[in-house]
Design a protein around this ligand. Structure first.
Ligand SMILES: [Zn+2]
Ligand SMILES: [Zn+2]
Length: 374
């Protein structure tokens, strides 16, 4: 049992099934591999969350977990001399990993959790956190600074994130009355084990920190200024160092990752660093050639339509696209022409076009296959 399932889901031991389900759904959405492609930390978190939920969502497994620290305690056959004829090899367990010693199997029974807490008093970096933002088209192109109001978990200053504080003086352990041992009943068997609260010492040297409830972290809503660089696109990750969850025992905070999505633009379509747009031209402009003004992000540009331009032809305006996030290249703007056919209202125009037809015997259907098509 490497992790406390309640901590993994961020719920209290007293939480209801509905609260556990809600916490699971929120975390599963946040750390789902589909949302975090290639992010190994997120993948590991997601796996841990799923394992924790599998146990805590099942009433019987949860009860076993609360009592024995494992979801599937099964008493094996008679065997080893340890603890009144208990054979730990007979215990099944549900987690994917192995266990290094019996303490991993029964953290609560042998004070493994406390041992672990006092053992790992090295500084620990806080968890990374992800947050999604939606940007206007121009904000994504040119960059912006966002002032976000984020619910964060900061290091509890009372316990420096350890979750435990020293007791005043040496106190006799209340759970075992200072004896250092506790009686455990397992089915019909009763045996003695070291007290889980004091690890068999009979005295308490530390107790759970009350401001943070032993979690080591305190929730608060913080304002965080995030600089979004120019050129971000859908799914860009912007790292904000040390704005994730608080660290423990002097360790640094985790990082905040801002995941961007970008609103569509009514005129431009963006593909990576390039912009695409459509410009209507008249059929005489297409036939005779013309200079046409085209809107760009920074104003306007003029493109030269050569004589004989066809429907759908594309023109490139270099350097009028989107800057790359790394800042040393700018994409291009592509202009596709759409030829607008005139609706003739006056006789004179029709006359001119009939005359034009008589002068130009070009047949656009000359290359069609003969009828019937074989
Ligand atoms: Zn605390
Ligand atoms: Zn005790």
């Amino acid at each position: 049992m490497a992790e406390d399932f309640y901590k993994v889901l961020g719920v209290k031991r007293s939480s209801s099934a509905a609260e556990i389900k809600k916490a699971y759904r929120r975390l599963a959405r946040q750390f789902h591999p589909d949302v975090n492609p290639g992010d190994r930390d997120a993948e590991a978190r997601f796996k841990g969350i799923s394992e924790a939920y599998e146990v805590l969502s099942d009433e019987e497994k949860r009860k076993n977990y609360d009592t024995y620290g494992t979801a599937n305690p099964q008493v094996g056959g008679p065997g080893g001399a340890d603890f009144g004829g208990f054979d730990f090899r007979g215990f099944d367990f549900n987690s994917a990993g192995g266990f290094s010693d019996v303490q991993d199997l029964f953290p609560d029974l042998f004070g493994g959790r406390q041992r672990k807490a006092s053992r790992s008093n090295a500084p620990q970096k806080g968890q990374d956190v992800q947050h999604s933002v939606r940007l206007a088209f121009r904000e994504a192109v040119y960059g912006t600074t966002l002032n976000l109001s984020l619910d964060r978990k900061n290091t509890c200053l009372s316990c420096q994130g350890s979750g435990r504080v020293a007791t005043k003086g040496r106190q006799s352990c209340p759970r075992c009355d200072g004896k250092g041992k506790q009686r455990i009943q397992q089915g019909s068997m009763v045996f003695e084990a070291p007290c889980s609260m004091c690890e068999g010492r009979g005295v308490l040297e530390s107790e759970p920190c009350s401001p943070c409830g032993g979690q080591g972290l305190l929730s608060s809503t913080d304002r965080v200024a995030v600089k979004i660089p120019a050129g971000v696109d859908n799914g860009t990750r912007v790292r904000v160092p040390q704005k994730g969850e608080g660290g423990r025992l002097g360790g640094p905070a985790g990082d905040l990752f801002i995941i961007t999505s970008v609103e569509a633009h009514p005129f431009f379509e963006r593909k990576g660093a390039n912009l695409y747009c459509e410009i209507p031209i008249t059929f005489t402009e297409a036939a005779l050639g013309a200079k046409v003004e085209v809107p760009t992000l920074e104003g306007k540009a003029t493109i030269k339509i050569p004589p004989g331009t066809q429907v759908g032809q594309k023109f490139r305006i270099r350097g009028k696209g989107v800057p790359s996030v790394r800042g040393h290249q700018v994409g291009d703007q592509f202009v596709q022409v759409k030829v607008v056919i005139p609706r003739l209202r006056d006789e004179r125009s029709k006359e001119i076009l009939r005359e034009f037809t008589a002068l130009n015997d070009e047949d656009p259907r000359a290359d069609l296959p003969s009828f019937p098509v074989s």
